[in-house]
Design a protein around this ligand. Structure first.
Ligand code: ZN
Length: 329
């Protein structure tokens, strides 16, 4: 989940909704067919691997689950089936949390044909595409190398078995008898079989735990040494309930009265408010609450859908932009 202030807009939607982009419709500017130019025979077709990957992702994480009021999910960049006689390397899909220049170059170097990037990489409307902008440079490099990009984002957040269920599962080791619910339920798409879907998950324990027990369970599951913890100033309160939201969880968790809120990042003021309400807040930097899902859950689920003939690798270059530095040595 990204902050809702970021308005995503795809190239497709810009073209559809903005007739004032400068396209002139007077007859002298409408391209005229050239003599002998055959359009139908040369129509490009989608690369077959992209077709398979998009179908698998839509089966696992229906796009109808995504919050399209602000998010930009789905196939963000298509690619083209090679012509007859063109030899391709083995089909390969690269998974990443964020699509950076380093990840794009890794995909090119490894011969990946499709990138699944949890976060969308197209943020705003684009009127030109230049090498000076990092995201536009990625677009150009991927087009040049015929690599497609699919982003599930909030569809994956909301899905049954998605990223927030994965975070909630980290507490199973503490209490097998806990009860789980959805923090912000949404309507289920037609035909989607699941108990409940939506954003964030709440876990109610069958007994109380100490803060260190809960933080320790997340730390072990995420393999993290350091976490940011904001606690109420009163005496340590037993934890009977926890709410989780991957990424930037303030919007989803703001009205949730769970004893402990776990998310990737939360603003100073939202964390202060929570602690004044007697809640503990635990944060780990945005993408550290998301990235490990790719290896632990997404890659096996895709292998199951796509079969063993299609290679699936998790990016080695993808990482959170922030790290903790020791300054006393
Ligand atoms: Zn996120």
């Amino acid at each position: 989940m990204l902050p809702r202030t970021l308005l995503f807009q795809s190239l497709r939607s810009i073209r559809k909704s903005s007739p004032r982009l400068g396209f002139c419709t007077c007859s002298s500017h409408i391209p005229q067919p050239q003599a002998g130019f055959v359009t139908m025979a040369s129509s490009p077709q989608q690369h077959p691997l992209t077709t398979k990957v998009v179908h698998a992702m839509r089966t696992l994480y229906p796009e109808a689950l995504a919050d399209r009021s602000w998010d930009n999910v789905g196939l963000l960049l298509d690619n083209i089936k090679p012509g007859p006689g063109v030899q391709e390397t083995s089909p390969l899909v690269l998974l990443t949390n964020d699509l950076t220049i380093a990840v794009a170059e890794e995909a090119i170097q490894k011969g990946a044909r499709v990138i699944i990037s949890y976060h969308p990489f197209l943020f705003r409307g684009i009127k030109s595409v230049s090498l000076n902008d990092p995201h536009q440079r990625i677009l150009l490099q991927l087009v040049q190398n015929n690599i497609a990009v699919y982003s599930p984002h909030t569809a994956l957040d909301a899905a049954d078995g998605g990223i927030n269920d994965w975070l909630a599962d980290m507490l199973n080791s503490l209490d097998e008898n806990s009860k789980r619910s959805v923090v912000q339920p949404i309507a289920k798409p037609e035909g989607y079989i699941s108990a409940a879907v939506g954003y964030g998950r709440r876990v109610d324990f069958s007994r109380a735990f100490g803060i260190h027990d809960v933080v320790g369970a997340f730390a072990k599951a995420l393999d993290m040494k350091y976490m940011s913890v904001a606690t109420p100033k009163a005496a340590e309160k037993p934890i009977k309930s926890v709410a989780v939201c991957a990424g930037s969880g303030s919007g989803v968790l703001k009205d949730c009265d769970a004893d402990l809120l776990f998310t990737g990042e939360m603003s100073h003021h939202d964390a202060l408010k929570a602690t004044m309400l007697g809640q503990t807040v635990v944060t780990v930097f945005h993408s550290n609450s998301e990235r490990k899902y790719l290896r632990e859950r997404l890659a096996p689920a895709l292998r199951n859908e796509l079969g063993e003939d299609i290679g699936i690798v998790v990016s080695k270059e993808d990482c959170d932009p922030f790290e903790i530095w020791r300054t006393d040595e």
